[in-house]
Design a protein around this ligand. Structure first.
Ligand SMILES: *Cc1c(COP(=O)(O)O)cnc(C)c1O
Length: 362
């Protein structure tokens, strides 16, 4: 028997039929595909970081609860004393551990459609049934549809990104409240983009017994460190902590995050620069006749007419600018390109490439 024969016999058919998470090669490109913060740290700060990391005890396991790091992040985010907090290796890991609780429970995982793909990917991986909750033509919660779908299933957890990815909008507060108040499920408000948005919902984790909030440092400039947070009533966090792998946050990440937290003003000013750049980017794309949705996140969604989205995406890529093509992923996203807000120079590069596109060129 070859290894392939063993794999055929032992690896689940759905896993063999699937593909690993795809990440486009962005070497040497203007990278506007993954909602990263485009700014680097100034040299003196990097020197300070290097000094701290040099002293980290890599031969030792990390603090299993990352207590000092947690205190620093909590202080920065203003998490009230009454709420507890758990770290994940990115919020992806938190999504995974929440879903893992529902394996074999008969309860379902629910999320808006379209929304962040990892909710469905991880539910499929853990074989917890996934139920999608449709958005209306304005990308808002279709309240009647949601309530009827939720009544037809037995929801265990509802993930709601606020603002939503990939649509970039905030859901209306009255709809969110109606969903939370109508369900016996846990509602996870995923605040990955809160730094770029006008509203946040930390207080809801106190107000509602069935709400927890998820955050991440990825979109504010620390994607490489992989640190996500679950914030909620200690009763929730106590249980989910049992599903967390020990030592999931490594020593380098813990140390680097503590350095970053002592310079949080830098992260804040970078996020503010991204919000400013977002308005300019939207305006300049609209000047070119494109429909562009308003955004509460660090990306914008622009629509290329007449079935040319893929051609424009390919042209941008050949010109050295990588964005995300959403065309074909959902009826609401026909012709859509998702463009991460970069530096002013990156916006210039994007627009220069767009202007030379055979379809949109001018
Ligand atoms: C990017 C993103 C995350 C995941 O971020 P991590 O890097 O795993 O912390 C979670 N939710 C949404 C909606 C996102 O867009």
């Amino acid at each position: 028997m070859t290894a392939r024969d063993y794999v055929q016999a032992l690896i689940r058919a759905d896993v063999r039929a699937g593909t690993a998470y795809q990440v486009a090669d962005a070497t040497g490109m203007v990278k506007l595909d993954a909602m990263e913060n485009p700014y680097e740290w100034p040299a003196p700060l990097r020197a300070e970081l290097a000094k701290v990391l040099a002293d980290v005890a890599m031969n030792r396991y990390p603090d299993p609860h990352a207590e000092d790091t947690k205190a620093a992040v909590r202080a920065w985010m203003g998490v009230p004393e009454s709420l507890a907090c758990l770290f994940g290796n990115g919020s992806d890991e938190i999504i995974a551990l929440i879903i893992s609780n529902f394996i074999g429970s008969g309860l379902t995982v629910c999320a808006p459609d379209p929304s962040f793909v990892m909710f469905r990917v991880l539910a499929d991986q853990y074989r917890v049934p996934f139920v999608s909750l449709p958005l209306d033509a304005q990308c808002q919660i279709d309240r009647a549809q949601w309530l009827s779908r939720l009544a037809e299933t037995t929801p265990g957890v509802i993930f709601i990104p606020q603002p939503n990815n990939p649509t970039g909008n905030l859901f209306r507060e009255d709809d969110l409240r109606a969903v939370i108040e109508s369900t016996s499920a846990l509602v996870v408000i995923d605040e990955a983009y809160t730094a770029f948005s006008d509203r946040e919902h930390l207080a809801w984790a106190t107000e509602y017994p069935n709400v927890v909030v998820m955050r991440t440092l990825s979109k504010v400039g620390l994607a490489g460190l992989r640190l996500g947070l679950l914030i909620g009533d200690p009763v929730w966090v106590h249980e989910f902590d049992k599903l967390r792998l020990p030592y999931n946050i490594n020593v380098m990440t813990q140390a680097a995050v503590r350095v970053a937290m002592t310079h949080h003003a830098l992260l804040e000013s970078q996020s503010a620069a991204i919000r400013d750049e977002r308005s300019g980017l939207i305006a300049r794309l609209r000047e070119r006749g494109l429909t562009v949705w308003e955004s509460q996140a660090n990306f914008v969604v622009a629509f290329v007419p007449e079935g040319n989205a893929r051609a424009v995406f390919d042209h941008l890529k050949l010109s050295g600018v990588l964005v995300k093509c959403l065309d074909g992923s959902h009826p609401l996203l026909q012709g859509a390109l998702r463009i991460t807000v970069g530096t002013p120079a990156e916006t210039d590069a994007l627009l220069a490439a767009l202007d030379q596109s055979p379809v949109l060129g001018r």
